[in-house]
Design a binder for this molecule. Sequence first.
Ligand SMILES: Nc1nc2c(ncn2[C@@H]2O[C@H](COP(=O)(O)OP(=O)(O)OP(=O)(O)O)[C@@H](O)[C@H]2O)c(=O)[nH]1
Ligand SMILES: [Mg+2]
Length: 350
Amino acid sequence: MKLAIIGKPQCGKTTVFNAAAGQQEAVGDYSQALHRAVIKVPDKRVDRLAELVQPDKHTYAEIEFLDAPGFTGKGKESTGLKVTNELREMDALIMVIDAFSPEANPERFIGNLTDEMMLADLVVVENNIENKSRKLKLTGDKTLQMEIDLLQKCRASLEAEQPLLHLELEANEEKRMRNYQFLSKKPLLIMLNIAEDDLPNQDAIYQKYAHLIQPGKRELATLCGKIQMELATLSPEEQQAFFEDLGVTASAMDKVIQKSYALLGLISFLTTGKPDVRAWTIKYGTTAHKAAGVIHSDMERGFIRAEVTPYEDYIRYETIPALKAAGKTRLEGKDYIVQDGDVILFRFNV
Ligand SMILES: Nc1nc2c(ncn2[C@@H]2O[C@H](COP(=O)(O)OP(=O)(O)OP(=O)(O)O)[C@@H](O)[C@H]2O)c(=O)[nH]1
Ligand SMILES: [Mg+2]
């Protein structure tokens, strides 16, 4: 999963990046610097299975973070567009909003950033309408007309100042939309970066902006980036003690992971074996056939069946023979919808 942290200059992007990804990049230097990090998603299930199976290694799911340079200016002049190509490849965006400084005005900042994203998308929409219309005239290719109709729908939405995320689309349109990687179509996590003094008011601030939440499209979280960044350098035990003192309920990393998984409808399945115990991230609703492909394209191509054991049963019965004897391992076909925590052995033949 790839997540980009975006926001106005000096809103605390690098501070949040440091807190969520456990990094120690310089903050407050007006550098607009770009940073990257990969974190391992903490998963107790992987730890517990590794204790049982004693594999050579164990592997957590990973999240790639991009700390993107700030958005300034408008449309084509926006410095945010410098990284648009990379931004467009992200699975979701984390919009950091300054709610700590004297100039803080979350509602306006969220509006400004959303406008910037919509403007960037409008440029793409208009260029494509123009190109495709020209091609249609030349070739008479009817599929182009469908594409143009879809783009015109997008244009109408953007002109009405509606992010593309809210556009109602048919399944085949959703599929075609993916080619354009529109920014305002990306699931969004709004992170209100609050002042240290506001920590006790965290819940009230969250409630004030809760109307922005749209399940599966837009999520909201509050955090004090500055404190979280300082805490991120401590051990988990030390962190816990400070959290309680400060009234912090979860680490920035946990918040980002949990909210992003919910936003993107992600779950994890697990694989075990002597070489590796591993967690894999997929979208909820993925079939066993496609899940096999996440591991290796050969597994998808030569898929025979999936041997599925719920994690809780695996931990209870401990060994494969015991699980089989108790009838806890099921044989599932291609169309089985993988569930969170399924421990799966794929049988395949290529
Ligand atoms: N009081 C307070 N200050 C914060 C908080 N988060 C960030 N800051 C301060 O805001 C300033 C900017 O933080 P950065 O993390 O560098 O902001 P940025 O968005 O990465 O800035 P650019 O990359 O230059 O656009 C720093 O001086 C931080 O210490 C916070 O939660 N509380
Ligand atoms: Mg920065």
